[in-house]
Design a protein around this ligand. Structure first.
Ligand SMILES: *[C@@H]1O[C@H](CO)[C@@H](O)[C@H](O)[C@H]1NC(C)=O
Ligand SMILES: *[C@@H]1O[C@H](CO)[C@@H](O)[C@H](O)[C@H]1NC(C)=O
Ligand SMILES: *[C@@H]1O[C@H](CO)[C@@H](O)[C@H](O)[C@H]1NC(C)=O
Ligand SMILES: *[C@@H]1O[C@H](CO)[C@@H](O)[C@H](O)[C@H]1NC(C)=O
Ligand SMILES: *[C@@H]1O[C@H](CO)[C@@H](O)[C@H](O)[C@H]1NC(C)=O
Length: 501
């Protein structure tokens, strides 16, 4: 009898421990898989954003798992359709034929996007359009035409089978802020899941600055200390956390308009319109433009005796130093009435932290052979090297880049360098923190995703505590296993007391 006692005792202990372990394991398993189970039955949701830039429109289709709207990083880009042609919507209504042609190109993209969305989802798919600097410039020039264009656009978009939400001209500041939101949303900087499946602010509250280079404007945005204030500081609250975002948009300093400002300087420097040496065009490249190509914009002052049809003949000289000094001339680095300025008298605090540089920044650095992070001296050396290659060599080396763009990269690499180094004041150390990218997690970086997330309240300013256990089934299971654990523990306790005394 006495010899049997310890065996029964051991069995009991083993049994109880096994039960305890099994309950804990079941509890953990339920907690871990509940997330996957809970959303298994829900299908995807879709949203469309039309980015109407100065040089063209781009249509983005975003997709996310249904019922999971308010998490960070779950919305991804499903498709992206570039509307064919060279004009943004600001060129609509200039002449009938051109208007009809660009409308047809627009419809090709809409058709592709529509086909990519399951038919039963059309009536829940939201649709947004945002027009940027091209339309801002037109609005300043011809308010009537710009509002007519927006009216036409709204009418067309409401006729589509989607939930049309908003079509407006967004301000430069909104553009900068939405770009910043996109970058930080995609990088998961705004919210993260902790071990208990609960959403919390990530450790260190780090955000990444955002720099966008479009055709007609450029934007910088980064989070700064909360005690700074002024017209360029936007206090925002995302998922319950406050951020103070410095953001400024420079109209006319997009790649295309800046290029025209430089051509204007080049033209004024020369006495003969039939032979204008351009240090920013590669050696061996020649081109003729109508004067209107350079001056039909608010960004350049028209010369006296301006004739839009005058022919201007440019001859590339590929002189990197001269090109750089031409580029410098479109900036005013002197005027500043506050402690620190970027340029043209615009106040800007010192840049801090990591930065994502996308759109034109990415295309330019990629053309000179750099992607991702780089070194300031390396960037400068590669810009010089690019400028010094003649046209024959360039065309051979970059067969995939069209002539229209290839001729611009000598100018734009110097432009990007000057803007970042002398304008925003990235020094040798800070330059290493700039990441030249066009995508994060296969999703294009731009203002459009942040715009959709903000306007559809998918990044709410306040969140209720999001507890993982909201589903009754899982709550029940968790309750059951928790109860089992408690009972087991009590049993063990009683057992121990019994054996000890
Ligand atoms: C559309 O968006 C703009 C901001 O981009 C906002 O000011 C405007 O109120 C919105 N309109 C509607 C109808 O939601
Ligand atoms: C903001 O706060 C920092 C310290 O957090 C301080 O050094 C700085 O002087 C303050 N700036 C202003 C404008 O109050
Ligand atoms: C230049 O102007 C002429 C006459 O206005 C026009 O026919 C031609 O298409 C223009 N060329 C360019 C390149 O804009
Ligand atoms: C272009 O540069 C290459 C290499 O530097 C040289 O061999 C070639 O003759 C140049 N072509 C012209 C047209 O200058
Ligand atoms: C989640 O997003 C929806 C819009 O998709 C919004 O109506 C809702 O308030 C958000 N939820 C929370 C907890 O903020």
């Amino acid at each position: 009898m006495a010899s049997k006692q310890p065996i029964g005792y051991k069995c009991c202990i083993a049994g109880v421990l096994l039960l305890l372990l099994a309950s804990v394991a079941a509890l953990v398993a339920v907690a871990v898989i509940q997330d996957t189970w809970r959303f298994k039955d829900y299908s995807s949701e879709y949203g469309i954003v039309i980015d109407s830039g100065s040089s063209r429109s781009n249509i983005y289709l975003y997709k996310w798992p249904g019922e999971k709207e308010n998490e960070t990083g779950v919305v991804t880009e499903q498709m992206n359709c570039k509307v064919a042609g060279d004009d943004g919507i600001s060129e609509m209504k200039v002449d009938k034929e051109k208007g009809a042609k660009s409308m047809a190109a627009f419809e090709v993209c809409i058709k592709k996007i529509t086909e990519a969305i399951p038919a039963e989802k059309h009536k829940t798919t939201t649709l947004f359009l945002g027009a940027t600097a091209g339309m801002r410039l037109l609005q300043g020039l011809d308010e009537q035409r710009s509002s007519e264009i927006m009216e036409d656009v709204r009418e067309y978009l409401s006729s589509l089978p989607f939930v049309f939400q908003n079509a407006s001209i967004i301000s430069g500041q909104e553009e900068g802020l939405y770009g910043w939101i996109t970058v930080n949303y995609l990088m998961g900087n705004l919210l993260e899941k902790n071990t208990w499946n609960k959403y919390v602010r990530p450790q260190g509250e780090k955000t990444v600055g955002s720099m966008d280079l479009g055709g007609a404007s450029t934007q910088i945005a980064f989070a700064v200390q909360s005690n700074l204030s002024g017209p360029d500081y936007l206090p925002v609250k995302l998922y319950g956390y406050p951020y103070n975002v410095y953001t400024h948009s420079f109209l006319c300093y997009g790649k295309h308009e800046a290029g025209r400002m430089i051509l204007d300087k080049v033209v004024r420097e020369s006495s003969d319109p039939n032979y204008i040496p351009n240090p920013c065009y590669p050696k061996g490249y020649i081109v003729t433009f109508n004067a209107s190509y350079i001056y039909d914009t608010q960004c350049n002052e028209k010369p006296t005796n301006y004739n839009p049809d005058q022919q201007l003949f440019f001859v590339g000289t590929g002189n990197s130093d001269k090109c750089l000094s031409m580029v410098m001339r479109i900036f005013d680095f002197q005027t500043c009435s506050s402690t620190q300025c970027s340029f043209n008298g615009v106040e800007q605090p010192p840049v801090t932290g990591d930065f994502m540089a996308y759109a034109g920044f990415f295309y330019t650095s990629s053309a000179i052979g750099l992607e991702g992070t780089s070194d300031l001296d390396q960037f400068k050396a590669l810009s010089t090297k690019f400028c010094e290659k003649n046209w024959t060599v360039l065309k051979e080396e970059k067969p995939s880049i069209s002539e229209k763009y290839l001729r611009t990269y000598c100018f734009s690499s110097h432009y990007v360098f000057t803007l970042l180094a002398d304008g925003y004041k990235f020094d040798k150390e800070m330059w290493k923190n700039i990441n030249f990218q066009k995508q994060v997690k296969d999703t294009s970086i731009g203002w459009s995703l942040g715009y959709m997330l903000s306007l559809s309240n998918m990044i709410p300013s306040e969140v209720k505590e999001i507890f993982p256990m909201t589903d009754p089934l899982f709550a029940g299971l968790i309750f059951l296993f928790s109860a089992l654990i408690i009972i087991t523990v009590v049993l063990v306790f009683i057992f121990l007391i019994r054996t000890c005394y």
